[in-house]
Design a protein around this ligand. Structure first.
Ligand code: ATP
Ligand code: MG
Length: 585
């Protein structure tokens, strides 16, 4: 079975069991939910769904399934092992107050083992863990006895909260989980004692392929207060790993999701080694997806993650002596692997490759000088800021000489550096509204309408990159990778003009930060907001408002004060960033 077939099969299976199939949210987290503020990329299928697990009603119903693009930089050190990638896809199914443990386990087991509609995996190779109980919550006997219908008790292990308990924080739902592992050894491990199973896990002889979380309890101020009235199920299974076990491969890099990349690297490298090959393949893939969504290399936030991955891959390509192709040529293969599932990579291929080439040139300019500094023992943070050496690179290069670096010290300095540059960005943004005369204020409100209209027409990936207002036009920069079509421009204009015609009130409300974030009002990523936040919303009520944004104002009182809205220009300002100039006529 190919990975494309597995992805399809998963969604068909759950569709057939009355689940609504959701599209993957972008890799880049949306800035609207507040809750995702601390992560720059979606790291699990559940992430875009958190508001619904916390009680919001999902428009598609109570049974959901998706294949979500994920990025985990926390796994960067693991990337050369058999089962970890930085970019991967997570298959998931959810019950929002609908089915619970009985059905969730049945669905997982059936999809894994059924030959007709599932993957036809061998149940003899499955091992599962359930929660053993602690002072907070009892042993999960229920999950244990459900699993016993499918597997011998000897292959079901009770494990501690470290591995089998899920919690989102001090407040909200939490509960036990059950994890499924697959034996990937040639001859099969057979019966394993708990100790032997734990050892097999450490040695990667069994691979975690799926995790079902049962949101059963409610936590308040860090203490469990009882059962939730609505119990949810949240599951996650890595497509790469599921493909690996289904295809009988030893690592995710041997599956069709990676092998064309690995093969190409092997062919071009004079000095191939597995670790380097996997790192280059993984990082180039992640970088291609990030660039597709408009992330660009920089020294902060998402851009810094991209830069780290790309520069590390470039350095490894030197080590492996890949000299006859450019590293950006590997993006062609990423596009090919995902041409059916994520055609946007192919569509953006040219600009992806250009961005990679530019970054490579930048990096190479400094590489020689940086290597000299490195030999002198220069501080890793200086190597980063002055010579563009990502910290992993410095760490790897120093390790070659048996030296260690102080990662904590680096992290501290980086944070101070980023806080400074964010303040800079915030100042610039606020400076967007230079004058408080009536015309500028009108343009300010029109900018809010435009922002929301763009999201409705182009999609939720649109977020503000910058804004500048004068008395005779607004200028708005936003994330979007393609040139807008005439039809799209017209739809945006029409939507803004419709809202103007509706004569909607423009209101504001001040809320404690946590509550403000729950309203899903748009806000600037990474901006520091105080304990109290002001939200401007356009519409009768906050809930039903057409537009909501964290904003200090000032604004007009009613959209009817605005005249006809017209887009004058739509252009690219950087890869993945478009600019609109518009007027009120
Ligand atoms: P592990 O302990 O192996 O790192 P995890 O506990 O971090 O896994 P979860 O957070 O439970 O994994 O994620 C759900 C599923 O996503 C896992 O069962 C696995 O199949 C997949 N997964 C997690 N991390 C990665 C990764 N870095 N690369 C590929 N697949 C992953
Ligand atoms: Mg992990």
């Amino acid at each position: 079975m190919t990975s494309n077939q597995i992805r399809r099969r998963f969604l068909d299976f759950f569709k057939d069991k009355n689940h609504a199939v959701l599209n993957s949210a972008p890799l880049v987290t949306s800035d609207t939910k507040g809750l995702t503020n601390s992560t720059l990329f979606n790291t699990a299928g559940v992430q875009p769904l958190i508001p619904y697990l916390l009680g919001e009603t999902h428009p598609e119903g109570k049974r959901l399934a998706s294949v979500q693009k994920c990025l985990r930089t926390t796994d960067i050190e693991e990337v050369s092992d058999a089962t970890h990638a930085t970019f991967f896809e997570m298959l998931g199914n959810w019950s929002l107050g609908d089915y619970f443990k009985e059905e969730a386990i049945k669905l997982s087991f059936e999809f894994l083992t059924d030959k007709e509609v599932g993957l036809g995996l061998d149940p003899e190779r499955l091992y599962v863990t359930v929660f053993e109980g602690d002072e907070n919550a009892p042993k999960d006997d229920e999950a244990f006895s459900i699993w016993k219908k499918y597997l011998p008790a000897s292959r079901i292990y009770f494990m501690s909260a470290d591995s089998n308990w899920w919690s989102a924080g001090d407040n909200g739902p939490c509960g036990p989980d059950t994890e499924m592992f697959y034996d990937i050894t040639k001859d099969g491990l057979g019966e394993l004692s708990k100790e032997a199973y734990i050892k097999a896990d450490e040695e990667q002889k069994v691979v975690e392929i799926w995790n079902d979380v049962f949101m059963e309890y409610e936590k308040k101020d860090g203490e469990i207060k009882g059962k939730l009235s609505e119990q949810n199920v949240d599951t996650g299974s890595g497509l790469e790993r599921i493909t690996m076990v289904t295809q009988g491969k030893d690592s995710i890099f041997d599956t069709d999701l990676f092998s064309p990349l690995i093969e190409k690297i092997k062919k071009e490298a004079e000095n191939y080694n597995t670790e380097g090959g996997r790192i280059i393949a993984d990082h180039l893939k992640a970088v291609s997806f990030m660039l597709t969504e408009g992330v660009l290399p920089s020294n902060t936030d998402r851009g810094y993650i991209l830069r780290r991955l790309l520069r590390r891959a470039i350095r490894w390509s030197d080590k492996l002596k890949i000299e006859n192709i450019k590293i950006s040529d590997l993006a062609d293969i990423v596009a090919l692997i995902y041409k059916d599932t994520y055609p946007e990579i192919t569509e953006n291929l040219e600009s992806i490759k250009k961005a990679i080439d530019l970054e490579e040139i930048k990096f190479r300019k400094r590489l020689k000088a940086g290597l000299k500094e490195l030999e002198k023992g220069t501080d890793p943070f200086i190597l980063f800021t002055t010579y563009g050496f990502p910290v992993e690179l410095t760490k790897e290069l120093r390790a070659e000489n048996g030296q260690d670096i102080d990662l904590e010290d680096f992290a501290k300095k980086l944070k101070a550096h980023q806080d400074l540059s964010r303040t800079g960005a915030a100042e610039k943004f606020k400076g967007g509204l230079a004058s408080h005369d009536q015309k500028s204020i009108q343009y300010h409100t029109a900018t809010h309408l435009l922002h929301q209209a763009l999201r409705e027409v182009l999609g939720d990936h649109v977020s503000q990159k910058g804004s500048n207002i004068t008395t005779d036009r607004l200028r708005f920069d936003f994330t979007h990778s393609a040139k807008m079509t005439d039809g799209e421009k017209k739809s945006v204009e029409d939507l803004v003009n419709q809202k103007i015609k509706e004569g909607l009130p423009v209101k504001s409300i001040t809320l404690p930060k946590a509550e403000a974030e729950k309203t899903a009002a748009l806000h600037f990523f990474g901006d520091k907001y105080g304990d109290e936040v002001n939200i401007y919303y356009i519409g009768e009520s906050l809930e039903g408002a057409f537009s909501k944004e964290f904003c200090g104002g000032p604004h007009i009182k009613n959209t009817s004060e605005l005249s006809n809205f017209k887009i004058k220009k739509e252009e690219s300002v950087a890869s993945g960033t478009r600019r609109i100039k518009a007027t009120l006529e």
